[in-house]
Design a binder for this molecule. Structure first.
Ligand code: ZN
Ligand code: ZN
Length: 279
């Protein structure tokens, strides 16, 4: 099912009983239709209720300005810092990814938007957050005088989680960011979900310490170029909703480098800070 202006979601409802299948389809169809209707009528800001112009926006300019935008951060891993230097972790042990680009601190209200996206693929605010991430991505490569990677990989979910959830939230963000990069910044990235797989299911991440999480995630991904793509020497970007300790980002980057990629960059909507509880 595709709704104009919204990410394309593949429905995996074959496993459900017939009544549950119809209920699920009706629920999604209703949600999609209500978003389309809302986008055609003048609405109000989801946060402060002030009137919005006739558009598909969910938040007003004032509420967008008050989001926890990351200003100064580590040049490598994007953890918020008081100045744009290398953080202690990156100085001691540089990560395997080249750089991480994140738009927001993982704080209210961005954290609750990201949590909602895990169960609702139509979260209204996500399009505007993705547009702001696309703007930051374009500006970062422009300022660094580096070419933007043109191969974009949504961070894969383990197949079991994908079956349960029916959609990958990173795939939704990737589609929206690619669309904004194309329309607003004339950067054409190609989405590839066929390069990388998550092979380890992992445990409930928030119950683990940073050290335990790194150990659990270290070999969680495998990557191999399909016959239609030559990964050798290619710069790629992996997109995720939130980067916490950087262990997942490091693991997926290591797998892609092993498969032949020249550089792996990480793009994420949000980044936790050191005194910020993950997820
Ligand atoms: Zn507002
Ligand atoms: Zn760092």
């Amino acid at each position: 099912m595709t709704v104009t202006g919204l990410p394309e979601i593949e429905l995996s409802v074959k496993e459900l009983p017939v009544t549950a299948r119809f209920a699920k389809l009706a629920e999604w169809a209703g949600a999609g239709l209500s978003r389309v209707t809302n986008s055609l009528l003048p609405g109000s800001c989801n946060f402060c209720q002030s009137p919005l112009p006739l558009s598909s926006s969910a938040l007003c300019d004032l509420c967008i300005a008050e989001l926890p935008h990351i200003t100064t951060h580590c040049r490598r891993c994007s953890v918020p810092l008081v100045s744009a230097e290398l953080c202690g972790n990156c100085q001691k042990k540089p990560p395997s990814f080249r750089r991480c680009i994140s738009a927001f601190g993982y704080q209210a209200p961005v954290n609750s938007i990201i949590v909602r996206l895990k169960t609702d693929p139509y979260v209204a605010e996500i399009n505007q957050l993705s547009a702001l991430l696309a703007r930051r991505i374009a500006a970062t490569y422009h300022e660094a005088q580096l070419p933007c990677p043109l191969t974009l990989i949504p961070l894969p979910l383990h197949w079991l989680k994908m079956t349960r959830r029916s959609f990958n939230q990173s795939d939704i963000i990737a589609r929206l960011v690619a669309n904004h990069l194309h329309r607003q910044h004339r950067i054409n990235v190609e989405l590839r979900s066929d390069i990388c797989k998550r092979i380890a299911r992992g445990q409930t991440q928030h119950k683990l310490s940073a050290k335990q999480r790194r150990a659990a995630i270290a070999n969680a991904f495998t990557a191999a170029a399909p016959t239609t793509l030559d990964l050798q020497g290619l710069s790629v970007a992996v997109i995720d909703d939130v980067v916490t300790t950087g262990a997942t980002a490091n693991s997926v980057a290591t797998a892609l480098l092993k498969a032949g990629a020249a550089n792996v960059d990480i793009w994420s909507l949000a980044r936790t800070s050191w005194n910020n509880s993950p997820r």
